[in-house]
Design a protein around this ligand. Structure first.
Ligand code: BGC
Length: 254
């Protein structure tokens, strides 16, 4: 058990990478607050999956793009478990649209969840961790924190922002024993990629770009999150770990 007695929040844990991380953390002994946007389609399934965790966890419905929601969520976790050791900024959204057609609403929605949401939880969690003498903050970013992606400007911008926020936090929070790192997944088989996975030609084109020759599994991202959340990562801060089957090498080869 690598997270025995630890308390974690995972945002967007109602599906995909977030749920895999929540399940892995629970399997390693952590109490996990499972965050999701209230009223979403997977709410009932999420609560069922949470009830099957080997450790007691808690539902943490909140709109992470709103400070009041995030602060109330962290307060509820600290009230229940007395502490917060690990915060995982996983919730993310993307809109596919050519740059010339992006509206203010598109831009603000994607930046609001991916960048502002990550900031709000990171800051709120860090304030609690300072009181406790340390903690771990992990952002699930993307290979697109560094690499542009046609028709995904708001998404790539948000992830680039998360990368710089992470590096700045690593600097400023080192004196408080708070490790801050990113994971940059490539193409992972999750609901966000369902349209591509359902279209054989699009899937073959995507797989063709991946040196490893396949999509990743959410569990393969969770394994790296576990490392970064554990004491094994005690001297690791300010880094991005790509979990992408080599994709970033391929798309940056020129
Ligand atoms: C995006 C996916 C994309 C992958 C690789 C991820 O960040 O969410 O839609 O397939 O990057 O380009």
């Amino acid at each position: 058990m690598r997270l025995e007695g630890k308390v974690a929040i995972v945002t967007g844990a109602n599906s995909g990478i977030g749920m895999a991380i929540a399940q892995r953390f629970a399997a390693e002994g952590a109490h996990v607050a499972v965050n999701y946007l209230p009223g979403g389609t997977r709410e009932a399934d999420t609560l069922k999956e949470l009830a099957a965790f080997p450790t007691e966890g808690m539902p943490a419905p909140a709109d992470i793009s709103k400070r009041a929601d995030v602060e109330a969520m962290v307060q509820a976790v600290v009230q229940k478990y007395g502490r917060l050791d690990i915060a995982v900024n996983n919730a993310g959204v993307e809109i596919k649209k050519p740059f010339l057609e992006i509206t203010d609403e598109d831009w603000n929605f994607v930046l609001g969840v991916n960048l502002n949401g990550s900031f709000l939880l990171a800051q709120t969690a860090a304030r609690q961790m300072v009181k406790q003498g340390g903690g771990k903050i992990i952002n699930i970013s993307s290979v697109h924190e560094d690499v542009p992606f046609p028709a995904y400007a708001p998404y790539c911008t948000s992830k680039g922002g998360v990368r710089m926020m992470m590096r700045n936090m690593a600097l400023e929070l080192a004196p408080y024993n708070i490790n801050v790192n990113n994971i940059a997944p490539g193409a992972i088989a999750t609901p966000i990629n369902q349209a591509v996975l359902n279209d054989p030609a699009a899937k073959a084109a995507a797989v063709g770009e991946i040196p490893w020759g396949r999509f990743g599994k959410p569990e393969e991202v969770a394994a790296v999150a576990l490392f970064l959340a554990s004491d094994d990562a005690s001297y690791v801060t300010g880094s991005t770990y790509c979990v992408d089957g080599g994709l970033v090498q391929q798309v940056t080869r020129y």
